[in-house]
Design a protein. Structure first.
Lengths: 121, 649
């Protein structure tokens, strides 16, 4: 399974990509929302893990753009945010995210959510 | 036996009394000539010797002081003098700042048979302290805001490195597991566990600071209780297992659904179950759900019980205070911030519920949360009473916040306005009202005047000082003695002085759509204020008309077509703003004309009492006038839609 990980924080990107790789995923990375939208089209990932507070174009806007493009709208997106608040979850879902998880990630829980979205298609 | 004083002795004593007073004292006879004074009077007024004890009068002194610049530059001394002479017949006092910065309280009291006593007190120090106190209060308020934003930012800054600690220790633990390196694995798991614990504490502190700053939002959704309890079980299972406890869940299969905030409910249950597990060893932790009802409302009750160490009544009393656990040794023995229960109680309150606890040492503890089924759509930030009727017409998108401490008023307004399709929000006091408004500004607010703690006028004052709230139309409600008054709709807006021109322009645009023939009637006794407003009105493309008081305003109204808007000062000579508001509704043509009241930024207690008594804008709560309120709301709503701008957004 090919995962597009969108995260501007270098350490978070490094950690999560290594842990996903260890669990057998192919990981490609974007560091801002604009890059994420471009790569969603060019790389064709099976799923996108999207940080929400991103430079250039934020995660909510990037999600809206991915979901607005017929070529990429079928790709499931899981929002990752540091704030485990109800309004963040609602905001992410309103932008078009298919699921929501909080950082720091519980890797097994995240993988469970990823599988549910990709296999459930 | 009482001592008899000779005239000479008595005179000497009185002289000594006057000379040694801390105030400057002067006595004037019926012809306003200075007859007695003390040293401090000479010192404070700095009057030349030849003025004292001569034929010169009070008026001469005032002219002399004025010429010396004692009352400021560019003053009309004859006007100043006339002002002073006009009030000499009654006791009065005022403050005056001298050119050298000294602040003096001047008091004048008439004496029987004519003449008066003048007393001068140096209040420079008192004024300085008052100013310092006010500054200190402003600083404290600003420090509190800084604290809240500091905590919010800080917690983000703390989380980022913590993410790395938790994440990399878990990464290394996975490596260690692959290598079967048990020694490293144990240590790495400890780092990760400590990091997660710290993260939990930071989250709790953030939650509490958000609650205290009034920034915690409620997100309502209809949730399946059995499924929610299942989610909670998954999370608490490891905590329960830690002390060898057993979790028993009693959840009736027909428990159904509840409209509430899922995240907050889960957090409350996890807090209580986590506590129960922490203070119980080899025991049983129970989570029981049941349906109950009170005053016809459907409620869901959550009991979390344990057979652990329990608490004494004193410990129970301190339970919900922030940063307090049963006693300080609890923290050493059991860990935790002591914030969990405080947050739980706040959340339960925000969800409209109650929390209780029953406990005895050695007998265990049972916490009970009772939550109402919060009616209203998903995502509503507060309760919206839904009477099961489809909203219709213009009212369907209008949110009305009802602020009243009397539940009966909420019931009556819910029944009447709810049927019209208004979305209703409810606040029981001023503080709750402000918190709801700040979270999501409603379209219209109805405000009770008399409420405990913060009264309606104060809420209005606070609203008008906050940019996000100042544009929300307010309808003041109060109990009026004269029922007829209830039928008159008063002012639809307040504006505070000094007038902010941009705000005034915005208000004009909102209430009086710009047409070439729109006339704005300005009623104010201050010619400068009238001119300022008139120029703003002209700049907005409308025609100003001016009246110096209520009487002139009525004169104008008798000879002209009704204006598009009236801007009304309250404190005016002859016919004041209150009297104008009372009588203006006799002019039938004026019924639809919005009136904006101009008030000083802070209403004085006297003005407030006056307004509260005379019931300015006011719709009666008793009897018929509810219909009038509906009409008023509808008028405001239409105007507000026609204006194309949504208030408070």
């Amino acid at each position: 399974m090919k995962v597009l990980l969108v995260e501007d924080n270098e350490m978070n990107r490094d950690m999560l990509s290594r842990r996903l790789a260890r669990n057998g995923y192919e990981v490609v990375m974007a560091v801002d929302g604009e890059q994420a939208v471009t790569m969603a089209g060019s790389v064709g990932p099976d799923i996108i893990l999207m940080d929400m507070s991103l430079p250039v174009v934020d995660g909510w806007e990037a999600t809206r753009r991915v979901k607005a493009d017929p070529a990429t709208q079928a790709i499931p997106i899981i929002a990752l945010t540091a704030h485990a608040m109800a309004e963040d979850e609602k905001k992410a879902r309103d932008a078009g995210c298919d699921d929501f998880d909080t950082k720091p990630v519980d890797i097994q829980r995240l993988i469970g959510k990823m599988k549910a979205l990709v296999d459930g298609q | 036996m009482k001592r008899q004083l000779s005239y000479k002795e008595e005179h000497a004593f009185l002289r000594a009394t006057i000379d040694n007073m801390q105030q400057g004292v002067a006595m004037y006879d019926a012809e306003h000539k200075l007859v007695t004074w003390n040293e401090r009077f000479v010192e404070y007024l700095d009057m030349p010797e030849e003025f004292l004890g001569t034929d010169r009068t009070f008026s001469d002194y005032i002219r002399y002081l004025g010429a010396r610049g004692e009352f400021g530059d560019n003053i009309d001394i004859e006007k100043e003098l006339a002002k002073r002479l006009a009030v000499l017949g009654t006791s009065h006092s005022f403050e005056r700042t001298r050119p050298d910065g000294m602040v003096m309280e001047v008091r004048r009291d008439p004496v029987p048979g004519g003449g008066f006593i003048a007393t001068y007190t140096d209040i420079t120090e008192r004024k300085r302290q008052e100013l310092a106190l006010r500054q200190a209060m402003e600083e404290a308020e600003s420090a509190n805001r800084v604290k809240s934003s500091f905590l919010a930012n800080m917690s983000h800054e703390l989380r980022t490195p913590l993410n790395a600690i938790i994440g990399y220790s878990e990464l290394l633990a996975e490596d260690a597991q692959d290598r079967d390196d048990k020694a490293s694995l144990g240590d790495l798991e400890k780092i990760s566990a400590a990091g997660k614990h710290l993260l939990g504490l930071i989250n709790e502190i953030l939650d509490l600071s958000k609650i205290e700053a009034g920034k915690m939002e409620v997100y309502l959704e209809r949730l399946d209780l059995e499924r929610s309890v299942g989610d909670v079980k998954t999370i608490v299972d490891p905590m329960i297992a830690k002390n060898g406890n057993r979790l028993v869940i009693e959840c009736p299969p027909d428990i159904g659904t509840l409209n509430t905030d899922l995240t907050k409910l889960k957090q409350c249950l996890i807090n209580l179950l986590g506590n129960a597990a922490k203070f119980t060893k080899q025991g049983t932790v129970l989570l029981r759900l049941s349906r109950t009802s009170e005053d016809g409302r459907d409620l869901v009750r959550f009991d979390v019980g344990d057979n652990g160490i329990g608490m004494t009544p004193e410990q129970v009393g301190r339970l919900f205070q922030a940063f307090t656990q049963a006693d300080s040794s609890t923290t050493r023995n059991f860990g935790g911030t002591g914030l969990g229960l405080t947050i739980t109680r706040h959340f339960v309150t925000m969800l409209g519920g109650t929390i209780d606890v029953v406990s005895a040492p050695g007998k265990g503890t049972t916490f009970s949360i009772v939550l109402p089924d919060r009616e209203g759509g998903e995502g509503a930030t507060s309760v919206a009473d839904d009477l099961g009727l489809e909203p219709e017409g213009v009212a369907s998108s209008i949110t009305v916040l009802i602020v009243d401490d009397d539940p009966a008023v909420h019931d009556v307004l819910s029944a009447t306005l709810g049927r019209e399709g208004y979305v209703l929000l409810h606040a029981r006091d001023g503080a709750e009202a402000l918190s709801i408004m700040r979270k999501a500004p409603p379209d219209i607010v109805t405000l009770d005047v008399q409420m405990p703690k913060i009264d309606g006028w104060s809420v209005l004052g606070i609203m008008k000082s906050e940019p996000a709230l100042e544009h929300i139309p307010v309808i003041m409600l109060t109990i009026v003695d004269d029922r007829n008054l209830g039928f008159s709709l008063g002012a639809s807006e307040f504006m505070t002085k000094p007038i902010d021109r941009s705000k005034l322009t915005a208000l004009l645009r909102k209430l009086a759509p710009a047409k070439a023939d729109s006339t704005i009637l300005i009623v104010d006794d201050d010619a400068d204020v009238r001119e300022l407003i008139a120029s703003t009105v002209k700049a907005a493309g409308m025609t100003p008309a001016q009246a110096a008081n209520g009487r002139e305003a009525f004169g104008w109204l008798s000879n002209h077509e009704p204006p598009a808007l009236v801007l009304l000062d309250l404190m005016m000579p002859e016919v004041d703003g209150f009297a104008f508001l009372e009588k203006v509704r006799d002019f039938e043509a004026m019924n639809d004309v919005p009136i904006v009241v101009l008030t000083a930024k802070d209403l004085t207690d006297g003005e407030r009492a006056f307004l509260a008594e005379r019931t300015l804008l006011v719709l009666s709560k008793s009897g018929q006038p509810i219909g009038t309120l509906g009409a008023a709301l509808s008028a405001l709503a239409h105007r507000h839609h026609a204006g194309g701008t949504k208030a408070g957004q």
